[in-house]
Design a binder for this molecule. Structure first.
Ligand code: NAP
Length: 361
């Protein structure tokens, strides 16, 4: 098999880990000896262990690794964190060649492993084998270095772009298959943000209810300026999930101490939580992927600041008309050149609904 094909398999391993590895990046690794794959690995939940070690751990007789080739979608780590440096293990086990799709821009690594491997006499090949892997790694780098997690907005609307009736009824506009894809999106993201409007009107659980993926429900960040939400709401009933509440620095209330809920005091701007500060805070906690299931107000507030990277827009083949609630509230755009610009990257029909995927230009 060609190097490219081995890398394709490592790439598939990396995508298995998406949404589960926070605060680590999802990485894939395969071990090849005498032209056959002897092990495959991917970053395990919360990054313990890393992909290379996951692959190594599955080789029963570690002596078999001597002289083998390792393919990684990202440079192995060189620093002591929650786990020991992967590079030391790679050297100890005497791999003969390491293929790396991308050097790790994390300042703690940044070519250190490459140098260490080379000094240990291991050949290193660095080659961008796949744009998909580059995108995956860039999400991690942007969050770690630029404090900008990848933000996906999911909208479920009628064909004419309404997300609820004027009495705030939205269950269910789209069909059950679209909603299942919505649950899959939850499983692929490490956290979600939600505003009080949607929590009050819908009382959602925001969990992943797909068989076998219920343990992949993301953490929840709630924008509740005045700390008004009642703790009897469904979202608060899930004691095994991490919940963060952003509240305004103008609030003087006593903050209740609850086991799985953390309160984050945040700047208020124009009677809203300062969304840019909130996103930076989410990033500083190590989250790299955020799913937003707006709320017209929340969607608008993120779009105004150009914070949305991708939109999954599910449109049912139904019309609501002018009385319904628009998917996105006022963006105060008067000029055509101020429109928020996206590329349509995918479009498909889902049992009669339409899913359009847009990427920020
Ligand atoms: N079909 C769909 O895809 C879909 C998805 C979600 C929701 N919905 C529907 O949308 C409706 C709710 O929408 P909504 O616009 O009223 O509420 P929303 O966007 O969910 O929440 C907005 C509220 O969040 C709080 N907030 C604090 N800081 C904010 C910030 N920086 N940006 C935005 N919000 C901030 C504010 O309340 P405080 O002042 O209390 O902090 C604000 O009024 C419901 O009817 C729901 O069914 C539909």
């Amino acid at each position: 098999m060609s190097e490219r094909n081995y890398f394709k398999i490592a790439e598939r391993m990396a995508f298995r880990a998406v949404g589960t590895t926070y605060p680590n990046p999802p990485v894939g690794a395969i071990i090849v000896k005498n032209d056959s794959i002897i092990s495959r690995g991917w970053t395990q939940p919360k990054g313990i262990p890393h992909a290379e070690i996951h692959a190594i751990n599955q080789v029963k007789n570690k002596k078999d690794i001597q002289g083998a080739h390792l393919y990684c979608t990202l440079e192995p780590c060189s620093h002591e964190g929650k786990t020991s440096p992967c590079v030391n293990k790679i050297i100890d086990l005497k791999f003969s060649k390491v293929f790396i799709s991308q050097v790790d821009k994390n300042p703690l690594v940044n070519c250190r492993s490459v140098k260490k491997l080379k000094s240990a006499g291991i050949r290193v090949v660095i080659k961008n084998f796949s744009d998909r892997v580059k995108e995956l790694n860039d999400i991690f780098f942007n969050s770690l270095i630029g404090n900008k997690p990848y933000i996906s907005l999911k909208i479920a609307s009628t064909a004419d772009g309404k997300i609820a009736t004027n009495s705030f009824k939205s269950k269910w506009i789209t069909n059950s298959t679209s909603r299942m894809i919505g649950h899959k999106l939850r499983s692929l993201n490490e956290c979600m943000i939600i505003g009080t409007g949607t929590i009050r009107k819908d009382d959602p659980r925001l969990d992943c209810r797909l068989d076998g993926l219920s343990n992949r429900s993301p953490a929840i960040f709630i924008l509740d300026r005045n700390l008004d939400l009642k703790k009897g709401l469904k979202v608060f009933s899930q004691k095994n999930r991490k919940i963060y509440i952003f509240y305004s620095d103008k609030i003087k209330k006593r903050i209740p101490k609850l086991k799985n809920i953390e309160h984050i005091k945040t700047r208020e701007v124009n009677k809203e939580i300062d969304i840019k500060t909130a996103i930076k805070k989410i990033s500083s906690l190590g989250y790299t992927r955020i799913l937003v299931e707006g709320g017209a107000t929340l969607s608008a507030s993120l779009l105004k600041e150009n914070l949305i990277d991708e939109i999954y827009w599910f449109r049912a083949s139904k019309i609501m008309g002018n009385s319904g609630i628009n998917a996105i509230s006022n963006l105060n755009i008067d000029e055509i050149y101020h429109l928020k610009k996206f590329n349509l990257t995918n479009s498909k029909i889902i049992d009669g609904d339409q899913l359009s995927v847009y990427r920020r230009k």
